[in-house]
Design a protein around this ligand. Sequence first.
Ligand code: VGL
Ligand code: ZN
Length: 233
Amino acid sequence: RILTGFGTIALATFVSSKPKAAALIKPDDASTLLVIDVQNCFLPGGSLAVKDGDQVVPIINRIAKGFANVVMTQDWHTAGHISFASAHPGKKPFETIDLPYGKQVLWPDHCVQGTEGAALSKDLSIPQAELIVRKGFHKDVDSYSAFTEADGKTATGLAAYLTARQVKRLFVAGLATDFCVAWSALDARKAGFETYVVEDACRGIDTQGSLAKAWADMTKAGVKRIQSGDIAV
Ligand code: VGL
Ligand code: ZN
């Protein structure tokens, strides 16, 4: 009888208890929001449009209000860049080739220096953004990562910049989840930063299983997968 009584109380407690809200993550002075490649070419109507890519813009604008430090990147290719399928006779976009530095996915021409397609979205509203890192500007080397080019050794200077600014934590958002966001987040971990990827503030290209692989690689590397609602703004 006593045990039955306890059972009833325990069940009543269980049924009535509300799920606890997870604590919000508060960006501090050692935190930087890294906004990857929110450029016209990757938005609807662009030459390498990421599905629903425009939906990240209001989300990024909202979370950016919580950050004193914001850095953006801009994919910035030469005309005839080695990552363009058009530079390889007989090759089509989304095919891959072997280059001296490894496998390269071939893309439609995109983000050519100085073109409207390479411009950052005019709908971004982040006036405090302090630095724009351009990448992929060497004709014979791609650079998905904001830190290191695809040769695996040429630095963009971003890690040195962030270290000099005493940044410890990076929150990564933008386009595309499975390429420039993932490669940047993986390199951020290699450089020793605590790294969060804000999933709903990113959209992926997802070619040949790339999105699932990117999340698996990021998780393995200790990247924390969060949502924009987890951040205190
Ligand atoms: C990107 C493919 C080619 C990206 C850039 O921003 O994710 N993807 N260039
Ligand atoms: Zn590119």
